[in-house]
Write a protein that binds this ligand. Structure first.
Ligand code: PHE
Length: 351
């Protein structure tokens, strides 16, 4: 074997030992680089005679081409191997079943809220939203329930570590009733120009659904629960209207005319007279039992005054109902806590 063949064999071995494209390029430099071994052979031919150059040149060229071919083959082999590894790593089994995206659904209490809004909306009630962190004045004092009034203990309230301008801590609203005075203020402001121009302010007719909080927890009470306030204040709105509106609401909500209402005398500082509203189904699984669904009453003159209105002119009623309770009755759920546990097996039943 002549020295050129040996050189070619050495190059092949060296190329095959290069494990990565970068290694291979380094090895290439040893043979084909500026001072590589093949390049040196070419340079060495300068001293040869014309005749010798011909034969020697041809032989060196053959060797050079063999080295280049070996280099290219190795380059291709390394690139193929790399691609192979990549393909294996990114392997995609197209026969695997896809992951189905589960469609969510509305929470049963949200469904009730939407239903309440829709039914009262159809009766001309506006829907208002208010803060859950509320000032002492809106939650209590504006509702004729001043500090130290014994009626404050009707609600075991959560307080927030932040004081209002009056120095009294804010609270997590224990009912939606603060919305009565809040909304009245907004309503008066909204129609101020009209009134200034000699027009009459439209009636206040609103519901205010939302979250409420009390220190209370058992099968029928949760520290966070829902309420929906209702307020209808006009020139000539009476208890009779409350009865009509609420009866209509209940019959539409429960999709049953087989249901009667009872107003049971009660007390709230912000209504006078006050009544609990009970309903009774005349048929079905709940038939015959009186079920409490709301507190209500004629808006107290002091509350009307706190709204900035004249209690001699603006008369009406307010009510506060429990959407959680309505949801339990509608679907036959016996434990309120199920609504807030987030157990998908329970919630899925309402989809
Ligand atoms: N806010 C009262 C409660 O939470 C309910 C109520 C609202 C009563 C409006 C009368 C009028 O118990």
């Amino acid at each position: 074997m002549n020295e050129l063949d040996t050189l070619v064999d050495e190059a092949k071995v060296a190329f095959s030992k290069a494990g990565t494209p970068a290694d291979l390029e380094n090895v290439k430099a040893q043979y084909l680089g500026k001072s590589g071994r093949i390049t040196e052979l070419m340079k060495g031919m300068a001293q040869l005679s014309v005749e010798e150059k011909k034969t020697r040149g041809a032989a060196v060229n053959v060797a050079k081409q063999a080295v280049e071919a070996a280099l290219n083959a190795r380059r291709q082999a390394l690139a193929d191997a790399e691609l192979d590894i990549q393909l294996k790593a990114e392997a995609l089994d197209v026969t695997l079943p896809g992951r189905r995206r589960q469609a969510g659904g509305l929470h049963p209490v949200s469904r009730t809220m939407e239903r309440i809004e829709q039914i009262f909306g159809s009766m001309g009630f506006d829907v208002a939203d208010g803060p859950e962190i509320e000032s002492d004045w809106y939650s209590f004092t504006s509702l004729n329930n001043p500090p130290n009034h014994p009626a404050r203990s009707m609600q075991d309230t959560f307080y927030v570590d932040m004081k209002g301008d009056d120095g009294i801590p804010y609270n997590l609203r224990p009912h939606t009733s603060p919305m009565q005075v809040r909304y009245a203020h907004q309503h008066i402001k909204k129609h101020a120009d009209l009134v200034k121009a000699g027009g009459t302010m439209p009636e206040i007719r609103v519901i205010a659904p939302g979250r409420t909080y009390r220190v209370d927890s058992d099968a029928t009470h949760s520290p966070m629960f829902h309420q929906c306030e209702g307020l209808w204040l006009g020139e000539n709105v009476s208890f009779k209207d409350l009865k009509v509106v609420f009866t209509d609401f209940c019959r539409t909500f429960f999709e049953s005319d087989d249901l009667v209402l009872r107003f049971r005398p009660s007390f709230f500082p912000f209504t006078e007279p006050s009544a609990e509203i009970d309903i009774q189904f005349q048929s079905g699984p709940l038939a015959g039992r009186w079920l409490e669904v709301a507190g209500s009453g004629q808006v107290h003159p002091q509350v009307v005054r706190n709204m900035g209105l004249d209690p001699e002119r603006h008369i009406g009623f307010a009510f506060g109902m429990g959407p959680d309770r309505l949801t339990m009755l509608r679907y036959g759920v016996n434990d309120l806590r199920l609504f807030f546990d987030g157990d998908i097996r329970f919630l899925r039943q309402f989809q």
